[in-house]
Design a protein around this ligand. Structure first.
Ligand code: N1C
Length: 263
């Protein structure tokens, strides 16, 4: 069992710490800064790496706390301009494809902190060397895994910082519905948007090209989202298959009837 004294690292169901994590984080840190974000001039990549390391190394990966990650959040925070925040759920590839070509929008992964840690995995282990490269807990394995505590905290800060008109890209081809209260968007972000700063929330509900249309702006799950947000005094609009984003999907499906530009 997990309690036994054991020289082997603990065994979890998720993938282990990304090899060369330090070099990857440092490399991403320096390249983000090299892109010339003026507001980030005084950021110190070595210090940032040390604070990430201090957050998880030698610790039980199921007992992560927001306090562990607070120093990292403080070292990496920067303002996000109004009207640019783009949230998402179950549209990872599409939303980042879009934010990469349309610089009016920023997802969490386009901010300094999200950029550095996007797609990486990390977790500690109480026994030496303090990092588990073999496996890490999945989000479902324990309530406070290093990954879930980190992304929920980063998402909360990203939502708190949002102002003006904000957008969210949801997936209408998910059988369980485009809006899920168990997602980070549905459980963290919507409750940390500030109605005094955010004037409007625009939903883009995207269906996979040729995929099932399981949900739409008039569907039950969006109604539920609308109720939650209207209760909190937000103005909310929803558009099915927002054309500028759909045209990006069409790059990969040029011959599909939905992609016919002559309509
Ligand atoms: O649970 P989700 O989506 O609703 O989370 C997405 C939501 C976005 O708006 C982001 O701001 O929460 C934020 N976020 C990330 O930025 C992020 N990057 C990488 C949440 N999770 C993030 N990840 C990883 O992807 C993380 O491991 C989590 O499990 C998935 C997101 O799952 P989802 O259901 O597509």
């Amino acid at each position: 069992s997990k309690e036994e004294a054991n020289p082997e690292p603990l065994r979890w169901q998720g993938r282990g710490t990304t090899r060369n994590l330090r070099e990857i984080v440092l490399g991403r840190c320096y390249s983000y800064l090299a892109e010339g974000h003026a507001e980030l001039r005084d950021k110190d990549c070595l210090k940032i790496w040390e604070s990430l390391k201090a957050a998880f190394v030698h610790k039980n990966p199921c007992n992560a706390t927001t306090e562990d990650y607070r120093p990292l959040m403080e070292l990496t925070s920067h303002p996000v301009p109004c009207n640019k925040s783009l949230f998402w759920s179950r549209t990872y590839d599409l939303v980042h494809l879009y934010s990469k070509c349309n610089h009016h929008f920023l997802t969490l992964e386009d901010t300094f902190l999200g950029y550095m840690l996007d797609g990486l995995s990390w977790c500690g282990d109480p026994s030496a060397p303090g990092i588990n490269y073999e496996s890490c807990p999945k989000w479902s394995e324990c309530e406070r895994s290093s990954g879930s505590v980190f992304w929920k905290m980063a998402s909360k800060m990203f939502a708190e910082a949002a102002c003006g008109v904000v957008h969210v890209m949801l997936n209408g081809s998910i059988e369980a519905g485009a809006f899920r209260t168990s997602s980070v968007f549905g459980s963290v972000e919507i409750f940390n948007l500030n109605p005094d700063k955010v004037s409007e929330i625009r939903i883009w509900l995207m269906n996979d090209i040729g995929g099932p249309q399981s949900d739409s702006c008039s569907g039950y799950s969006i109604k539920k989202l609308r109720n939650i947000l209207e209760e909190r005094n937000f103005k909310i609009t929803c558009e099915d298959n927002y054309r500028p984003v759909q045209l990006l999907q069409c790059v990969h499906n040029p011959d599909h009837p939905d992609c016919n530009l002559c309509i």
